[in-house]
Structure formats: C-alpha cells, structure tokens
Ligand binder design. Sequence first.
Ligand SMILES: Nc1ncnc2c1ncn2[C@@H]1O[C@H](COP(=O)(O)OP(=O)(O)OP(=O)(O)O)[C@@H](O)[C@H]1O
Length: 454
Amino acid sequence: MTKGKLLIVDDNKSIISALEMLLQDDFDEVKTITNPNQLPALLESGLYDLVLLDMNFTAGVNTGNEGLYWLSRIREIRPEMEVVLFTAYGDVELAVKALKKGAADFILKPWDNEKLKATLRNVLKLQQSKKEIKKLKQKESALKSEINREKHFIIAQSPQMLHVLNLVRRVAKTDANVLITGDNGTGKELIARELHRHSKRSDEIMVGVDMGAVSETLFESELFGHKKGAFTDAREDRTGKIENANGGTLFLDEIGNLPLHLQPKLLSVLQNREVTPIGSNKPVPVDIRLICATNRNVTEMVAAGTFREDLLYRINTIQIEIPPLRERKKDIEAIAEYFLKIYCNKYRKPCSVISEAGWSKLIDYRWPGNVRELQHTIEKAVILSDKKELTPDDFFFNRTPHGMSDIFDGTIGEMEEKMIVRALQKNGQNLSAAAEKLGITRQTLYNKMKKFNL
Ligand SMILES: Nc1ncnc2c1ncn2[C@@H]1O[C@H](COP(=O)(O)OP(=O)(O)OP(=O)(O)O)[C@@H](O)[C@H]1O
C-alpha cells in the first residue's frame, strides 16, 4: 500500500510549516496551499488522495461556512476524495454538518500530533479499501459474465489446427504478445482463451474488448478509463479495460479497428506498462499480457498508413494464423459431430447421425463464415428436423451466392440482409471492406449483422 499524497489547505503559514514538518515522513507527498481557490485545478490533476481542509479563510470570519462550501466543491470535483476538516472553532454542530456533507473526520486545533497522524492514516486506509472494493466489484462482474458465457472446447483433427494448438501450448507459458489472424469465425477468440488458460496468468482474469463493437468516441474511455467530468457523459470515475485486466490477459479483438490517433496511446501503455485514464495526470502501473486478433491484413494496413508499424511490432511478437475451415476438411467432420451431439442434447432431438450425402454436402461447401457458420448450420438442421438421420435437405446454406434478381425479391428487410450477406462474401468476410462497399460504417454493418443474426 502506498503512503498516499496529502493536500493541506490552510491560510495560516505557521500552521502549514508545522504540518509539513510533522507529516512529511508519513506521506509520499505533502502539498500545502494557503488559498482554497487553487483547489479545483489541483484536484483536477488527480494527484492527491486526501485533503486536510481548514474551515475559515477570510480574516475575522469564523463561521466555518467557507470550509463547508469548499468541502462541497471538493466532493463535486472528486466524489471519491476523502476530506478531513480542521478548525480552531470546532463545535459539535459544525462537525455533524461537515460529516453529513461527506467529510471523513474532524480535527480540532490545537491538535495532538499523534492523534492527527492516526486520523489521517485511518482515513487514507479507509479510502484505499473503498477503491479496492470498487475494483473488486468490477472484476467480479467481469468474472460473472465470463462464467455465464457458453463455453466450447477446441475441436481439432486437421494437421493445420494440430500445428496451431502445438504452437499455442509452447507460446502460452511465455508472456509474449500474440497476434492471432484469420477470417471471421475461424476460432480466433477460442485460441486466445486457450492461450490464457495455459498461461501463468490462468488464475487471473482475461478481459476481452471487441474493438469492432466499440463506437469510436468511446474507444479511449473503454480502454483507458476516465475520471468523473472528463467529458460530458463521464458522470463517475470508471476503470478502463486495460486496468481491469491487471495481473491477467487483455484480449483486443479486431485490433485493426483501433483508430490511428489512439494507436500511439496503446503503444505507450505497452512500452511504459502504465495507463492514464482520461482526465487524470496520474498514471496507473499495469501488468498485462496482450493478445490481439484481427481478420484484416495488418501488414497491408501498415503499407497503407492506417496502422502504425511500431505498434504492429509490439503486438505481433508471435503471430498465429488460423486457416479457413474449407482448407481443413478433417475439422469440418469433427466439429460437425461435436455440435451435432451438443444440439441434439440441447433440443432433445433423436437425430444423431448424418447421412453420407449429408456429409458430402457439408464437406464440399466453402464455409465463408467458417466454424461459426458450420455451428449455426448444424443447430438449424437439428431444430428443424425430427428424423434420426440428417440428409442434405436438412442443411441450408442461406449464405450461398445470390444473383441480383434474387436480391430484389422479398421485403426490404430481407433484401437488406441479402445485400449484406453478398457484400460479406464478395469481400472475404472482411467487415470493413464490406461496409465500405455498402456505403455504411463498420459499426452500422456490425449492428445490422447482429440484427439479422449473421
Ligand atoms: N476448433 C473449434 N472447435 C469448436 N468450436 C469452435 C472452433 N473454432 C471456432 N469454434 C466456435 O465457432 C464460433 C466462432 O469462434 P470465434 O468467436 O472464436 O471466432 P473468431 O475468429 O474470433 O470470430 P470473429 O472474427 O467473428 O470474432 C464460436 O462459437 C466458437 O466456439
């Protein structure tokens, strides 16, 4: 636990000197000011943990109202800041008023040195515990969503995937940054989880951020966190995902979507191992293992000037490429069998085998949506069939190429879905390229894909 940084506000210079001498060894820093108007700027800096505040600043005014006013201002600017009030005219009524307004404690002048130190120490401890609880609560909610997530094993029979798994096991134990590349639905996230599971950090959390789903305005706050008031909607302090992942693994999915202007910030976090929330000057040390994934060709992005080369070298210490499903026919069989069992159980259906012709249809298909598409195809077949054996007619590939005439057939919603499917196919399932072709943003495309369950 750090000793903390104390800010003392008192207009009496001799009191300030005495306190500085008395407390300098008990805190990492003791900053003193005689004019409370300096308070807002100092609080904005986010550098201090505790304020010792005098109640009266105007000569001849001893009502304590100035202290109460500044107490409210401090709580407004930094709600989590603990304030201990200091007055020579302390009476019970004023003390109660101050405590009701959120002061942590009250000290009467002339003070007893040991009592003063003990009060400040206790308040600081209380504040640090509160911060710890807040962080633990955030971790707890991340863990809960992790527990509730549907979990799948990695099924691998093809030589390509066995090679990938072998690489994963060898790399997992090191703390090396890993970049996982491959088309949508090939299993990049599953591989990231496997890396975490076999790493030295497996007892800690893996925090995932889908950079394709975060709106551009929220990227910075999502990753780095923010202080209350840092921007209009920042109503309270928020810890960023990088800090949440402290001690564990940070998984940045769709890293190719990180806007160019934020790339230096991520680079600086990786270089300096510390993160500074928006609106704060206080960097927080972080210890993370970084895994990134993308379906885009980041090397081409570097050539096009949309991805920083220095960042690429930081994130791809090890690169793992997952081949498309159509190139690993043996996996099609194994994964289809795996999901067939899962969904027959889940939907209590008798179907438990696939006919020979059924297998041929599955194996010959190109699987543009990769494993995710295969999983959904099996699930749909199981739901819709009541037979024991699944035949070719049970497998619908609604992602097969459409002619234009086919697109202009149906409701506007259906046409929209078909156009999206077609644009995705034509662009190798690359969301950014498909969005560009459709004349919409990647975010809008993502939202529509969610809507159509694509
Ligand atoms: N080898 C595999 N064995 C079993 N299930 C798999 C395998 N690969 C992928 N899956 C399943 O396929 C779905 C898609 O996988 P995942 O989300 O990991 O892919 P992705 O490449 O990260 O996709 P995207 O690029 O769209 O984010 C998940 O439900 C996952 O559990």
